[in-house]
Design a protein around this ligand. Structure first.
Ligand code: HAM
Length: 420
């Protein structure tokens, strides 16, 4: 029989105790990012993976590559076109409007899989995970600083090197329109140099031409007008202020050619880039989208958000040390000894910062110690027939060479465990 395999561009992730593999880094990234989100008093929101396809057409934009080519959409049994979400922002706004929460402020986060039918390559998958934030109902100003502060906290938490944050401003609606006209006028004589994709962008959303990967277009763009000269002084000041205040925490660069791939952006936009990612160099992106809520039928709700690509982010982590100590709990009795499980349970309840890994498999002490080493354990607690009879346990340090193995009473074991 043919083997059934996973679909192209979709990963199975599983944690095997080795903190150098991508899966472990992904899970650890998710755990720590959630803690950072909570420390900024953000609330979780979880929306369905499937939505009405029209939601993405009206938000992400039917000019964007995402809706044009990358969306996983199909008809359900009632012939309604539904889609696997390619991103989280549109769903969050849809939910907020539906619950009539679009007249108040919200600070939200989400984490989950997204789907885009892209050509898979390093750092680009068809199912990938995002951790996102949406700050809703606040005008330009404080939320921009809060957003950059969160990004810096996340970069610092994992000690990421060789990365920087690019920031830009797309201006007000009028600024944007004036700039689009100037860009279109400039590009008009070069139309024969643009490929079909850029020509389509030029007619439907000229700003997106700035994102072209076509070498000829990139060359032509060298002489193009910059959005800088179309921006209000307050927009330029915001970029300078962010760079000045946070530039010593994370590297920040003002890049007036930064435009984002989704249609809903207006105002402040940003991306975090790493030179260690290859062609897919952006591990996080976002910006202000003040008109999305009203465009989807809700109230006027000025908003800003961002999403981190978890796989890309995790692949940048050099190494991480687990925040908690790990102790392996090994029993060496020929019969199942219920009492040992009670001891393990009591140990767990007296120190919740320690990860207690109870060895469930049968086997020799040697095999069990090998596993404890592989699991990165700091200590092993061993209870065999003899220890059980005498009411003792063996504590064996695995990492600290100066510390010696010792035999202790169960009371002493509890006191030791409390202080790990
Ligand atoms: P985005 O730039 O399309 O923005 O995606 C955010 C991040 O998701 C990217 O920087 C990248 O790391 C990751 N990503 C995107 N596509 C893939 C893929 N095929 N494989 C792996 N990782 C990928 C958004 O999605 C917006 N919703 C962000 C936002 C929130 N803006 C405002 N609020």
């Amino acid at each position: 029989m043919d083997k059934i395999q996973s679909l192209t561009g979709m990963l199975d992730l599983y944690e095997d105790g080795d903190n150098t593999n991508l899966s472990s880094k992904i899970f650890e990234t998710e755990r720590r990012i959630k803690k950072i989100f909570s420390s900024y008093q953000l609330n979780e929101i979880r929306t369905p993976a499937l939505e009405d396809t029209n939601l993405f057409k009206r938000s992400v934009g039917d000019v964007s590559d995402i809706v044009n080519k990358e969306i996983y959409s199909f008809n359900d049994r009632n012939d309604k076109s539904i889609a696997l979400r390619p991103e989280g922002t549109a769903s969050v706004i849809r939910a907020i409007i539906e619950k009539k929460l679009d007249q108040s402020n919200h600070k939200l986060w989400y984490m989950g899989p997204m789907w885009r039918y892209e050509r898979p390559q390093k750092g680009r998958y068809r199912q990938f995970y995002q951790a996102g934030i949406e700050i809703l109902g606040y005008k330009e100003g404080s939320p921009e600083f809060e957003m950059i502060s969160i990004i810096c906290s996340i970069i610092k938490e994992f000690n990421l090197k060789d990365c920087f944050i690019k920031i830009n401003h797309l201006g007000s609606q009028e600024n944007k329109e004036a700039y689009c006209k100037a860009l279109t006028d400039y590009l008009a004589p070069f139309k024969d140099k643009l490929d079909s994709k850029d020509l389509e962008r030029l007619t439907r959303n000229p700003l997106r031409v700035l994102d072209s990967k076509n070498e000829e277009t990139i060359l032509v763009l060298k002489g193009a007008p910059s959005i800088k000269s179309f921006l209000e002084p307050s927009a330029l000041q915001l970029l300078e202020d962010i760079k000045n205040q946070f530039g010593d925490i994370c590297s920040i660069e003002i890049d007036h050619s930064l435009v984002r791939g989704l249609d809903y952006y207006s105002g402040f936009v940003f991306e975090a880039i790493s030179s260690n990612l290859g062609a897919q160099d952006s591990f996080l992106g976002g910006g202000r989208y003040d008109h999305l809520c009203s465009k989807l039928g809700g109230k006027n709700l000025p908003s800003i958000g961002m999403a981190i690509g978890i796989e890309r982010f995790a692949s940048l982590i050099q190494d991480f040390t687990l925040p908690n100590k790990i102790v392996s709990f090994i029993t060496l009795t020929s019969n199942l000894e219920p009492k040992t499980y009670k001891i393990a349970h009591q140990l767990r309840s007296i120190n919740k910062n320690v990860i207690l890994d109870t060895e469930l498999a049968e086997g020799s002490l040697k095999a069990k110690l090998r596993r404890a080493n592989k699991n990165n354990s700091d200590y092993v607690i061993i209870i065999g027939e003899e220890e059980l009879a005498k009411g003792t346990a063996v504590i064996k340090p695995l990492k600290d060479e100066l510390e010696e193995q010792k035999i202790v009473s169960i009371e002493e074991l509890f006191s030791f465990y409390k202080t790990i």
